[in-house]
Design a protein around this ligand. Structure first.
Ligand SMILES: [Zn+2]
Length: 188
C-alpha cells in the first residue's frame, strides 16, 4: 500500500515535471518563433529599403535602325532630366546621366556621327543611318567628370510603368540656368 502510494506520488512528480518541461519548451519555442519572425521581418524591410536605395537595372537601348546598340545600368528612381536648351528642344531629349562604367556600347561604333556646338563640351552622338540620338557623352565638372547621357526614349526593354514613375527634373538650359526650373514646362 505504502509502496503503491509512493509509486503514485512518483508518477505524479514525473507528470508534473513533464508538464513544466513541455510548458517551458512551448514558451521557449513560441519566443524563438516570434524572435525569428521579427528578425525575418526586419531583414526583409532592410532589404526593401536597400532595394529602394539601389534599384539599378541594366537596360538595352538602340537607335531606330538598330545599328547602334548599347546597354546601361540605370537607377530610374534617382530621376531624369528634360531641358529647354536649343538642342534638347529640337531632339525632345529626355535623359538620364550615368557614369562611364555604367555604359557599354554593344554595336555601331562605326555607325555613329558626332555633333558639337558652342563650348563643345558635349558630344551629341547620332546614328549615321537613321539619325536618332540614342545616347551622348561629355565631360562636365558639375556632373562629376566624364558622363554618358542616355535617351530614355531609346530604351527598348523599359517598362512604361517605370518611365511613368521616373521623377523628371526640368532645366532652364535656354537661359544657361541649368539648376533652375523653366517658367513653362508643359510643352517639354
Ligand atoms: Zn540607326
Amino acid at each position: 500500500m505504502l509502496k503503491s502510494r509512493k509509486k503514485l506520488i512518483l508518477i505524479g512528480l514525473v507528470l508534473l515535471n513533464m508538464r513544466l518541461i513541455s510548458c517551458d519548451s512551448e514558451g521557449d519555442s513560441s519566443k524563438v518563433s516570434k524572435t525569428q519572425k521579427l528578425v525575418t521581418e526586419e531583414k526583409k524591410s532592410a532589404e526593401d529599403f536597400s532595394k529602394k536605395l539601389m534599384s539599378k537595372k541594366t537596360y538595352k537601348g538602340s537607335c531606330h535602325c538598330g545599328r547602334v546598340r548599347y546597354e546601361a545600368d540605370i537607377d530610374l528612381s534617382v530621376g531624369s532630366g528634360k531641358c529647354n536648351c536649343s538642342i534638347c528642344t529640337k531632339t525632345r531629349k529626355w535623359g538620364v546621366i550615368v557614369k562611364p562604367d555604367a555604359f557599354r556600347l554593344l554595336a555601331g561604333s562605326d555607325d555613329i556621327n558626332d555633333y558639337q556646338f558652342n563650348s563643345k563640351t558635349a558630344h551629341h552622338l547620332f546614328c549615321k543611318h537613321c539619325g536618332v540620338h540614342s545616347f551622348g557623352r561629355g565631360y562636365l565638372d558639375e556632373l562629376g567628370g566624364e558622363y554618358y547621357s542616355i535617351n530614355l526614349a531609346c530604351l527598348d526593354d523599359v517598362d512604361i510603368k517605370e518611365l511613368v514613375n521616373t521623377p523628371v527634373r526640368y532645366m532652364d538650359g535656354r537661359n544657361n540656368n541649368w539648376f533652375a526650373k523653366p517658367t513653362e514646362t508643359r510643352h517639354m
